[in-house]
Write a protein that binds this ligand. Sequence first.
Ligand code: ATP
Ligand code: MG
Length: 432
Amino acid sequence: MAKLQAIRGMSDTLPDQSLSWQYLESAFQRIVKRFGYREIRFPIIERTELFKRSIGEVTDIVEKEMYSFDDRNGDNVSLRPEGTAGCVRAANQHGLLYNQQQRLWYSGPMFRHERPQKGRYRQFHQFGVEAFGMAGPDIDAEILQLSASLWKELDLSEYLTLQINNIGNAEDRSRYGIALTEFLKSKAQQLDEDARNRIYTNPMRVLESKIPEVQQALQGCPKLQDFVSEASQEHYLALQGLLMRANIPFIENARLVRGLDYYNYCVYEWTTESLGAQGAVCGGGRYDGLVEMLGGKPTLAAGFAIGIERLVLMLDSLGKIPEEVRKPIDVYVLVVGANLAEQALELVQRIRTEFPQLGVVSHCGGGKYNSQLKRAFNSGARLAVILEREDTGSNDLKNAKIRRLEDSKESETVEIANILPKLGEFLQNSGS
Ligand code: ATP
Ligand code: MG
């Protein structure tokens, strides 16, 4: 029978690769804790309506990328394509938002039916943070500082660039949309079908087109910057001041409008050159209108999402994962000879109790000394403990051998009664 394969664009994360993920996840968790953010978890499936209302009907995500289906009750549901909508739905449903300030984070899988390629998958994973009830720009600066702290923690700062833009509020954009529609109408001949379809429904999305002819046609188009309100501009300038003060370099990118409808005021993206085409690793901004759009009371809001796969790719390709992360096993216990299972089980458990931070693997399934030793080397363990049946006739083991596996091959026979302190000495001498 043919071997079953995963669905296209959905990856498996194998044990070696998971070590990189865990390294990143624990760094992220340290940072959000340092900034006082608390975790929120919400379902992977929501009513399709939620995403239509928040992300926008005329967006790539909602038009082409969502995994939507009718469940057995005939309710139309979708796998979440991003986290903000579900986070807002959950926080609002449980009364976390009204008249309060919240700093929240989430992580987990997201689903978009895109064309799979390096750094772009149909199931991918994000970390996100969302802050509610704060007008900014101080909270916006804090959120950017949080992301910058993560890059620093991961030693990636020099590879990431912050791009920011001011996209105004909904009214600014609708006034701008009218002007842009007029302009695009006059250029309709030069636009592709996709862009032409959007002249009336979502003209700003045309600005993000990657088709050279469309970009050519856009020359001389009205600029959003000429339409944004004074309040938005003030916020944007104040944020820039805070970023400079916090030593977070940025560049302004007037073309950055982001693929979701709910943003307002400042939006931003962290990008890298080290990944090729899929260079965006983190995107976010303010979204003060969203809570109300989803049926809550007006609530100030801001946040970002990080693409975990892209960050892991960066960490791996730049060699930023520390060597010790690759070696989760410290001690490998060889069990040579028959009828040692009970004693091995007991001794290994004593080692785990004495050194709870270590990874201790006990060889199971028997086998010759040499083949067990080979497994010990392959496991990456620093030390082997060798339990071998002695010819004493007694059922108790008196001695064991401790052997270094890394640099020197030094070994020592020690009394079982003395094995824990001896192991402690060996561990101290073997570096980490
Ligand atoms: P892109 O411009 O690369 O399509 P996006 O603007 O659609 O990104 P967001 O919705 O802002 O992405 O999501 C935040 C982050 O999630 C992105 O910066 C990226 O790192 C990651 N991401 C988005 N889509 C995918 C995907 N299909 N596969 C892997 N990572 C993704
Ligand atoms: Mg996208």
